[in-house]
Write a protein that binds this ligand. Structure first.
Ligand code: NAD
Ligand code: GLY
Length: 354
């Protein structure tokens, strides 16, 4: 088992191992006295791991209350948030009690948001069961729900008490969900985790995630230490996300988050190369990794539609938007542009040919 410190204003450890689900209760008991716990999970995860985690909590003296919701991005809504908050109240949870998010990024974002506002702030822990949640959403304290206008437009920064990541849970992930998480690993390779793209290109989805998750989490933890509230450096973690959120939105959320990020990274890397911002050959290198993981590198939507949908992203500031563009594999930079420049840049990144 590995442990990585996330030195946010509220510091905590991210524990990464295999077979951790069974030990979540005892490990939580080492951090705080047994209390009621709202165990929040979608129906798929509840079926697979709900009882195991609930009984682990119960064995350690906690009193688990299971909250299940329909799987999918559609559940990251104010309606469900309000339903969950009412559940916490009905079960009599107090501010000193605990919320546990067991599942993927949807569960973590929703349960984290609920914990952050319930009785003006209640403790929560993250128990990621998707690769995406393990390497990204469970760490760093961003919580959110979506609005009709766009992704994650309402949310809070609220750090968990701990992250317990059991990589054995990835064995039950459908192939496309695993690939979606691998896109965020590709992102870390593009940002600066050395050797990652080579490993992912060689091993594809058969990669040893127990070796890949810790360097990704350590990379994110360092960024969160420096810029917890995303005033500068943390924006780098949004590589591929502005266009990615546009793709997700246009698809009615049938395109997964990581798939959208893959498309966003590919379009912007090709454009950056063509604009002379990025070293020649970087796009090919990225594309090989995406191909090996079965991830898309082209948009199913027109440049015009993508530009429109992406401008609703919260990274937009008035007439400007800041793009994250690769300089080469392992280094990216912030690139503020006027919103009128977005469409030509997307077109450049979508044109076929070298
Ligand atoms: P998800 O939570 O919807 O999980 C994907 C699917 O996998 C779901 O159908 C779920 O039921 C299923 N699942 C989960 N674990 C499983 C397992 N072990 N075995 C079988 N099936 C399993 O989505 P996700 O891809 O984990 O997360 C995407 C969300 O995360 C998006 O909403 C995105 O905006 C958010 N996100 C947040 C941050 C952040 O910093 N807060 C960062 C990146 C992404
Ligand atoms: N996933 C982006 C962030 O946590 O900042």
């Amino acid at each position: 088992m590995k442990s990585i410190k996330v030195a946010a204003t509220h510091p905590y450890q991210a524990w990464i191992g295999t077979g951790l689900l069974d030990r979540v209760g005892e490990m939580t008991a080492a951090l705080r006295s047994p209390c009621p716990v709202a165990l929040v999970m979608d129906e798929t995860v509840a079926e697979l791991y709900g009882e195991l985690v609930a009984s682990s909590f119960a064995k350690a003296g906690f009193r688990p209350h299971m909250y299940r919701f329909p799987p999918g991005e559609g559940s990251k809504s104010f309606e469900l948030l309000s339903h969950l908050l009412e559940f916490l109240a009905q079960k009599g949870l107090g501010r000193g009690d605990l919320v546990a998010a067991l599942g993927g990024g949807v569960t973590g974002d929703l349960a984290g948001f609920a914990a952050s506002v319930y009785q003006r702030g209640t403790a929560y822990i993250q128990i990621p069961t998707t690769l995406l949640a393990a390497v990204d959403s469970s760490v760093g304290g961003k919580t959110a729900v979506n609005l009709p206008s766009g992704k994650n437009l309402a949310g809070t920064f609220w750090q968990p008490e701990a992250v317990f990541c059991d990589c054995a849970t990835f064995a039950t992930l459908p192939r496309q969900e695993l690939a979606s998480g691998a896109a965020e690993c590709v992102k870390y390779g593009m940002l600066g985790v050395s050797g990652l793209l080579e490993t992912l290109t060689r091993d594809g989805l058969a990669a040893s995630w127990m070796d890949i998750v810790p360097p990704c989490v350590a990379y994110k933890a360092e960024i969160v230490r420096v810029d917890e509230r995303e005033n500068g450096l943390r924006r780098m973690l949004n590589l591929g996300h502005t266009l990615g959120h546009g793709v997700e939105k246009l698809s009615g959320f049938t395109v997964r988050h990581g798939e959208g990020v893959a498309v966003g990274m590919a379009i912007l890397t090709r454009a950056a190369e063509r604009m002379g911002f990025c070293e020649a050959g970087t796009f090919r290198f990225l594309q090989r990794a995406l191909d090996a993981l079965g991830l898309p590198s082209t948009s199913p939507f027109s440049a015009e539609a993508l530009a429109d949908a992406s401008l609703g992203d919260k990274k937009r500031q008035g007439d400007h938007i800041t793009l994250i563009l690769p300089r080469n594999v392992g280094s990216c930079g912030l690139y503020p542009i006027s919103i009128t420049e977005l469409l030509p840049i997307i077109r450049l990144g979508m044109e076929e040919g070298s």
